[in-house]
Write a protein that binds this ligand. Structure first.
Ligand SMILES: [Zn+2]
Length: 91
């Protein structure tokens, strides 16, 4: 059983236990690349998932581990791969 993490669609700082996709500009071809960020459900520390695999249902493999508080669990990205909901993104 994995922990389901909701998508954070606002531009404000992510509260603990959310994920979002951000574009990262590098000097390599094919930029920008999409990077998935998430916050630890326990302490709110932000990490990225670039060294993890995410399947079509948003299941992240392998499990994630928080270097700050030691949180260690399987997570699942809610609404991963779905279009962002309509409406204002800034709240
Ligand atoms: Zn943590």
């Amino acid at each position: 059983m994995s922990m389901v993490i909701p998508n954070w669609t606002h531009r404000t700082v992510m509260p603990p236990g959310h994920w979002r996709a951000v574009n990262r500009i590098t000097d390599k071809p094919g930029d920008p690349v999409e990077v998935l960020k998430f916050t630890c459900p326990q302490c709110g520390a932000e990490g990225d998932l670039s060294d993890h695999d995410i399947d079509g249902d948003g299941v992240v493999k392998p499990s994630v581990e928080c270097p700050e508080c030691g949180f260690h669990d399987h997570i699942e990205l809610q609404h991963y791969g779905e279009p962002a909901p309509a409406g204002p993104a800034d709240v």
